[in-house]
Write a protein that binds this ligand. Structure first.
Ligand SMILES: NC(=O)c1ccc[n+]([C@@H]2O[C@H](COP(=O)([O-])OP(=O)(O)OC[C@H]3O[C@@H](n4cnc5c(N)ncnc54)[C@H](O)[C@@H]3O)[C@@H](O)[C@H]2O)c1
Ligand SMILES: [Zn+2]
Ligand SMILES: [Zn+2]
Length: 344
């Protein structure tokens, strides 16, 4: 089969590999129908994910059809259309039982697919802990509608969930990339009083204005003043930082009102400083971390009910044979791209 593979720093290549086989009784083999590219794939390409193993097939955001299951798999069966979760988790350890699946203590726990073990920018993928990592796509939900359930949408859902948003709140989201937009969609479900999106890229600002006309948008330079003016208590009640640029961490807590919650979804290339003397008396609560992607059944239900629609994020579609072109477009943010779908 064809598999897009991490060769060495800076180099991915479509290569011929044997079809994966079951290695454990809790595994499943999935025939990938649609995959996507995530900013984390680019981090691997650029060598900034030290855990990533050369020769592995990349890709951790996909949907497909179950081909084969191990003897201990009970939740899915061959022929089921499924989403694949970015995280593999055992479902049994202390962290899994508490919903902190990102910190699953199994050796395959956390983000393994397309990083430490073969992923899904390929015709087939082996998924460990299939009962945890696969969710059946409801009839009436298409593959394109379900494509982001296991990764960027899971992140947006988790971020909105931990941010304790109420209907009285003014919520600021910094960054309107794919993850920021998924966060926005999930924040909208909480019906806060106001949502402000801060984004510097004019194509993405336009995308927000076109698709979500009730959402306020602001440029980073004007963000602090705008948020102070357009909130009830001198700043945002909840801030979600989903940009990860060099000064957006500082912008996030500066825009927060006293006693606000600041959720840091972004990953940074460099260490950030927490200047406690400057924020003394603001009594902020920071929440950080990697997504706990264990609400996929719930997000699939919300998609089926028409309450979440991530399909507009798919701005471009390519066949697997042209995945190189898809990367080129996505990496260089050409042609107003938000997400690409790769038909495998
Ligand atoms: N915590 C997790 O588990 C998790 C999961 C997925 C993604 N992430 C992180 O979330 C972040 C966003 O991911 P993405 O895939 O949407 O990436 P992205 O790079 O497409 O999105 C970042 C967006 O922020 C905007 N931006 C940059 N500087 C800005 C500024 N100063 N002010 C306002 N906007 C600015 C960019 O124009 C871009 O649209 C990344 O840091 C990514 O690593 C974290
Ligand atoms: Zn990802
Ligand atoms: Zn576990």
């Amino acid at each position: 089969m064809q598999a897009y593979t991490y060769i060495s720093k800076g180099k991915f290549e479509l290569v011929e590999k044997p079809k994966p086989v079951l290695m454990h009784e809790r595994d499943a083999i999935v025939k990938v129908t649609l995959a996507s590219i995530c900013s984390s794939d680019l981090h691997i390409k650029h060598g900034s994910v030290p855990r990533a193993v050369p020769e592995i097939t990349v890709g951790h955001e996909m949907v497909g059809i179950v081909e084969e299951v191990g003897s201990a798999v009970t939740h899915v069966k061959p022929g089921d259309r499924v989403t694949v979760n970015v995280e593999t988790f055992c479902g049994e350890c202390f962290f899994c039982k508490n919903g902190y699946v990102n910190n699953c203590t199994d050796e395959n726990g956390g983000w393994a697919l397309g990083c430490r073990i073969d992923g899904g920018q390929a015709e087939y993928v082996r998924v460990p802990f299939a009962d945890q990592g696969l969710n059946k796509i409801p009839d009436g939900v298409t593959d394109r509608q379900a494509l982001f359930v296991g990764d960027v949408l899971a992140t947006g859902y988790w971020a909105a969930r931990i941010s304790e948003i109420t209907e009285e709140d003014t919520v600021l989201i910094i960054g309107a990339g794919p993850t920021g937009i998924c966060t926005l969609l999930c924040v909208m479900l909480k019906k806060p009083k106001r949502i402000i999106v801060c984004e510097k890229d004019e194509n993405r600002v336009r995308f927000i204005k076109e698709h979500y006309p009730d959402v306020y948008t602001v440029l980073p330079e004007e963000c602090l003043e705008y948020v102070q003016k357009n909130s009830d208590h001198g700043g945002a009640d909840v801030v979600l930082e989903v940009a990860g640029a060099s000064f957006t961490f500082r912008l996030a807590w500066e825009c927060a009102r006293p006693n606000a919650i600041v959720t840091v979804v972004a990953l940074y290339d460099e260490a950030q400083t927490l200047p406690l003397p400057d924020m003394y008396g603001k009594n902020l609560t920071f929440k950080t971390g990697g997504v706990d992607g264990c609400d996929c059944e719930e997000t699939l239900r919300l998609i089926a009910e028409g309450k979440i629609d991530t399909e507009p994020l798919i701005t471009h579609t390519y066949p697997l044979s042209r995945i190189e072109d898809a990367y080129e477009l996505f990496e260089n943010k050409k042609d107003g791209v938000i997400k690409v779908a790769v038909e495998c």
